[in-house]
Design a protein around this ligand. Structure first.
Ligand code: UDP
Length: 402
């Protein structure tokens, strides 16, 4: 099981000790996390690493997963889309089913928990129990709620206001609830398969398996095949870049099989590429962590040309690997890619192409931005630092209510 000491070589002995010291007054404090999936998705990914680390510093964490029906999850998927401002139909039957499933999960609740953390909107209905529970309740909103559907928000707000506070990834995502507010962006785990160091032999083996040639510099975007990631725009930009600097494009992503829209976008991307030998479209399996690691590590430039982004963990992952970034300044990318410092911010096809050319022609500039990016991630967006923020939040919440 992962231990805080494992991160000593990344954050230093002193920081590890400081985190332990900060956690000492919380020894024995019981924290119950409730989310809606044991695997798959960013929240599960984070909890998998955070829970053992919390335990390692003396807290008593527990992680429970909401039991939902297919109907419930298709409703919360609709809610998810409505959070992103997509025009979806929300009706009373959905609310009733949500309430019913929430009530069927009341027994999940640990009556003795000092903290109950509800991750995202799926388990938020449990907040109905808040008045009968003596612990602190916090809702953690892991997505961008700025354009949330008004009717849905009126419904969920009733639950969110029963909590003592809420956590968001960015300041601009904060919703007015009249409750305490915490801002905690997510983090990556530098020791996971997706981010760990890879030696040269292993890197080559993986590239061979993916049939990625090593003759030209690679421009890489790793993302689900989703229009909001603008894969077509990446292809258009790449074609402009290639006229000036020889290079190849890799568009890598997965999850298209069970997502009809994903398959459709993938098909459109293939048509746009039109068999161009300079463009590699890699459909990855959901377990292709090492492949993503290697592609990000091998990239001469990593692009993230998103139209919208919650936080943008692919950016964090690439920056951790010291890669130069050209990314659109949207959502959480804005606090990661600081223009001319930790990467280049660019949105339109031509602007992205120009920035990529600049990086490819200036390896020193690219390397120095890559170094700055890695340092920014090391200081802000890795799991032991995230743990430290959690401890700070839990301690503040206790102090404020004592
Ligand atoms: N990812 C993956 N396989 C893929 C595409 C993406 O494992 O085919 C991972 C990626 O490495 C990152 C996460 O999924 O860890 C995507 O998070 P991000 O915040 O970038 O975007 P989202 O998909 O949540 O919009």
């Amino acid at each position: 099981m992962v231990k805080l000491d494992d991160y000593e070589r990344i954050i230093g002995r002193e920081r590890v000790e400081a985190i332990r010291e900060l956690a000492a007054p919380l020894e024995g404090v019981a924290v119950q996390h409730i989310n809606s999936a044991a695997v798959g998705g960013g929240v599960a990914e984070i909890l998998k690493r955070l829970v053992p680390l919390m335990e390692d510093v003396g807290l008593v964490p527990r992680w429970d997963v909401l039991r939902g029906t297919n109907e419930f999850f298709s409703i919360t998927k609709t809610f998810h889309n409505a959070f992103h401002g997509q025009p979806v139909e929300i009706n009373e039957w959905m609310f009733e089913t949500y309430r019913e499933v929430s009530r069927q999960n009341f027994d999940l609740l640990d009556a003795a928990a000092d903290f109950v953390i509800l991750h995202d909107q799926q388990p938020l209905g449990l907040a109905e129990l808040r008045p009968d529970h003596s612990g602190h309740w916090v809702w953690y909103c892991h997505i961008d709620p700025v354009d949330v559907d008004r009717r849905l928000w009126e419904f969920l707000k009733n639950y969110a206001t029963r909590c003592d506070g809420a956590i968001y990834h960015l300041y601009e995502y904060v919703k007015e609830l009249g409750k305490r507010v915490y801002v905690m962006p997510p983090a990556i785990d530098p020791l996971s398969e997706k981010n760990r160091e890879v030696d040269e032999e292993e890197r080559r083996t993986v590239l061979e398996r993916l049939e990625v040639p090593g003759d030209l510099p690679l421009v890489v975007q790793v993302s689900r095949f989703d229009r909001l990631k603008d894969p077509m725009g990446v292809i258009r930009s790449f074609r402009m870049v290639r006229e000036q600097v020889p290079c190849r494009l890799v568009l890598a992503g997965g999850g298209a099989g069970d997502d009809p829209e994903g398959s459709q976008v993938l098909e459109e991307v293939r048509q746009e590429a039109d068999g161009d030998p300079g463009i590699m479209i890699l459909e990855l399996s959901p377990t292709a962590d090492l492949e993503i690691n290697v592609l990000q590590r091998t990239a001469a430039v990593v692009v993230q040309k998103s139209v919208r982004e919650g936080f943008g963990l692919t950016v964090t992952e690439a920056m951790w690997k010291g890669r130069p970034l050209v990314a659109a300044p949207v959502g959480g990318i804005r606090i990661q890619v600081l223009h001319e410092e930790t990467g280049l911010a660019a949105s339109g096809d031509e602007a992205v192409a120009g920035a990529v050319v600049r990086m490819l022609r200036n390896p020193e500039l690219a390397a120095s931005m890559g170094r700055a990016g890695r340092e920014m991630v090391r200081r802000n967006f890795i799991i032991p630092v995230y743990l430290e923020r959690w401890i700070g939040m839990l301690a503040a919440e206790r102090r404020l209510t004592c």
